[in-house]
Write a protein that binds this ligand. Structure first.
Ligand SMILES: NC(=O)c1ccc[n+]([C@@H]2O[C@H](COP(=O)([O-])OP(=O)(O)OC[C@H]3O[C@@H](n4cnc5c(N)ncnc54)[C@H](O)[C@@H]3O)[C@@H](O)[C@H]2O)c1
Length: 435
């Protein structure tokens, strides 16, 4: 994916969203058997994109939408009206209105695409009201709220899926199949990162801080870890036979954001005087119980072309998204091979089937499969592939990295949200996996 594609797909912008027809999903017999009725919270860039994708699935009805912005609600209402011929109920005075929306008895599940600080409180409220949840990434920021999320899911028995779309990209799933087939041997080291200049998201048009900028002004750490960690976690089988045990993190002192704000608004402007908390580069090293190591990099502020590096090293060879594949005794002359050489054999079945439709949906096709699997979770009332334990253990890396950085990079224990169940490789064998 080149930078232009990354930025249009990566931001999941409304502008990038295609027409509904392009998102139309193939209907399986099951899909018509049981309607899925949704409420959606947060109809900004991402929520509007998810709305369009959900409406493209046969049997999905959007009954209600909730947002603080009347304009965004109006836009969403128009999209729903056009697609299903009836307007959704509108909830405009969130967060109190959100509580009213999730109590409706004509919705089965809620999709949450509000700013991240709302994800946990909203997911918890929805599950307590008996609704399943699909949450945008990350699942939350704070240790306690992530525990509350897991405990509420367990107490209510509702389904919860993190909409980690990067996991479904074609190259990621090809490598997942290769790892499961043993092509790389036993994986023991991985590198991953989210390196994407997102400075354009810091300020609103009127110059005030947007939620993303407000976060960077007041918080530091690896606060957007799931796009990077999701693929590595599934490749390594984390939470199924191994788990992340502890980590240590370092961050460069903030430089670029100040320069950026001064350049844009002037040294004497309120923006030019902000003392930013988030440094440019955050590097986190994670050790697992079984002695494996993961390097998680994060940088959303440096001037640089976007890249999503993924690398997994096993006892027989490795995949590195920047170079390709190398398998000892197979690859000729210590040379990298193109991953596409392995695609014929290891392409995932869902990509073989739905590549054409997925490619139009955004994020290298990941959005298509994430939304489809969320709908299937609700329709089948079944545990998803990316469950609350994955969601909490990947998202808590923000809190862990912050704790480490604040204390001269001391090691921080990563909580075990599974309460020891990770020791059994098969404890999630009944959950829905992409097929
Ligand atoms: N998976 C991905 O690839 C991807 C891509 C972009 C964004 N995201 C995630 O999606 C979420 C939304 O990001 P975005 O870029 O759409 O932001 P955005 O600012 O464009 O949209 C957020 C929307 O939420 C509304 N909102 C704010 N507080 C609310 C509340 N209390 N109740 C109801 N509505 C509220 C806002 O009015 C706005 O319409 C974030 O958590 C972000 O991390 C994920």
């Amino acid at each position: 994916m080149n930078r232009r594609e990354f930025l249009t797909r990566g931001a999941g912008t409304v502008a990038a969203a295609a027409t509904l027809g392009e998102f139309a999903f193939a209907a399986s017999p099951q899909e018509h058997s049981r309607p899925v009725r949704l409420g959606i919270a947060g109809l900004g860039n991402r929520g509007t994109h998810l709305l369009r994708l959900a409406l493209g699935i046969p049997g999905v009805y959007v009954k209600a939408v909730c947002d603080l912005s009347e304009d965004n609600l109006k836009r969403a209402s128009g999209i729903v009206q056009k697609a299903q011929g009836s307007e959704p109920a509108l909830y405009a005075k969130a967060p109190n209105d959100y509580g009213a929306m999730v109590k409706r008895d004509d919705i089965d599940a809620v999709l949450i695409a509000t700013p991240t600080k709302w994800h946990c409180p909203m997911a918890i409220e929805a599950m307590k009201a008996g609704k399943h949840v699909g949450s945008e990434v990350p699942a939350g920021f704070q240790l306690q709220e992530l525990w509350d999320l897991v405990k509420t899911k367990e107490a209510t028995g509702r389904r919860y899926m993190l909409l980690e779309n990067y996991l479904y990209m074609r190259h990621i799933m090809t490598v997942w199949n290769m790892v499961r087939a043993g092509v790389l041997g036993e994986p023991y080291y991985a590198e991953c990162g989210y390196l994407h200049d997102c400075r354009f998201m810091l300020f609103k048009k009127d110059g005030s801080l947007d939620w993303w900028g407000d976060w960077a002004a007041n918080n530091f750490g690896s606060d957007y870890p799931t796009h990077a960690m999701g693929p590595v976690s599934k490749w390594m089988g984390l939470n199924e036979g191994d788990r992340m045990e502890y980590c240590t993190s370092m961050m460069t002192a903030p430089r670029v954001l100040h320069e950026y704000a001064v350049r844009k608004y002037g040294a004497d402007s309120p923006q030019g005087k902000i003392t930013w908390a988030l440094g440019e580069f955050v590097s986190t090293q994670i050790r697992t119980v079984n002695g494996r190591v993961i390097r998680l990099d994060y940088d959303v502020n440096s001037p640089r072309p976007a890249v999503l590096p993924y690398m997994i090293q096993g006892t027989k060879g490795l995949y590195d998204s920047r170079h390709g594949v190398y398998i000892e005794h197979v690859s000729q002359g210590e040379k990298w091979e193109d991953l596409r050489k392995y695609r014929e054999q290891y392409d995932h079945a869902c990509w073989k089937r739905d590549a054409q439709k997925a490619e139009k949906a955004g994020h290298g096709g990941g959005d298509y499969f994430a939304v489809r699997d969320f709908v299937e979770m609700v329709r089948q009332d079944r545990e998803p592939w990316i469950d609350v334990y994955d969601a909490a253990s990947w998202s808590v890396l923000y809190w862990c990295s912050r704790e480490s950085i604040a204390n001269r990079s001391r090691t921080v224990d990563i909580p075990d949200f599974t309460d020891g169940r990770w020791k059994d490789q098969n404890w999630r064998k009944d959950s829905h996996r992409p097929a």
